[in-house]
Design a protein around this ligand. Sequence first.
Ligand code: TXA
Ligand code: MG
Length: 322
Amino acid sequence: MEIINNPTHDQIKKAAKALKDGHLVAFPTETVYGLGADATNEKAVSRIYSVKCRPTDHPLIVHISSISQLDKWAIDIPEYAIKLAREFWPGPLTLILKRKNLAKDFITGGQENIGLRIPAHPVALALLFEFEKFGGEGVAAPSANRFGAVSPTTRFAVQEDIGSYLNPKDLILDGGACTIGIESTIIDCTSSDPTILRPGVVTLAMIKKLIKIKICTDSSLNTIKTSGLVSSHYSPRARVILNMLSEPGEGFIAMARIPTPKGSIRLSSPNNIEEFAQKMYEALRDGDRKNLSTIKVILPEGVGLVDAIKDRMNKSSSKGEH
Ligand code: TXA
Ligand code: MG
């Protein structure tokens, strides 16, 4: 696999061509790095599943470059979904809509719905535009990590996790550290009753300003399969324990104003909530790089983005033996 640092326009063009030729391209988005494939190419998409070691019934988000492409992939798009798209795209929001024929079972995991998003990162957007110029319809991209691991927010994390499973003609585009650092907010728009399936930086309060919305509180009631709802997701190798001070030799993640307990290893000292979200996955990975067996995390207080941080950290800490 080839790694391209700060890709030029020509290099992004080359990456778009690689996608069109059926290769995989890992690329930065504003949320986390994605592992991209041509969403209409079954063989290429099947490689995403094998590289990630992801069960094939977990659907993929298709990334598009403009709202006008929604109609290619989705039908019966409710008015409120268009409102959300207009307000938050390009940006960290994924809409689940009723699928059209272009969205095959190998993308949707056999469901009648399709996840769509326009990412805001300039490299991602340029890649999508160039891909369309080659006749591409959309880029399927889950987070570029092995199934169950925390999402990568740097190209080093991508390389560490999946580098050895990529082929010589696959590419990794390095666009620096992701600015948001946690995955997009996901909203189910398949009924008249929109529901937040995964919290993110587009918060409940921001959405409520536009439309009526509820949060999915009981994942067992939700018939849509969302792998982020599996409880042992977003886990480092280390055991993660929430809201307890660390002992000597343990990792510690907390806001900067909370001092490091004596003898423990500070993994992150964010000054605000946004920085907490942006750095938390890399901090967990750092704990693994340092071979720590336990990481203690003091969660920040509040709502909004804090809800998304809590959602991911609860999942990191609830893993069983694996
Ligand atoms: O920020 C993000 O959303 C990143 C970047 C790369 O765009 N992508 C991402 O993809 O987090 P992934 O596959 O790691 O997580 C997407 C979640 C999964 O839990 C998947 O099951 C769910 O979205 N999902 C995708 N398509 C869906 C669909 N049609 N119905 C229900 N859930 C869906
Ligand atoms: Mg993921």
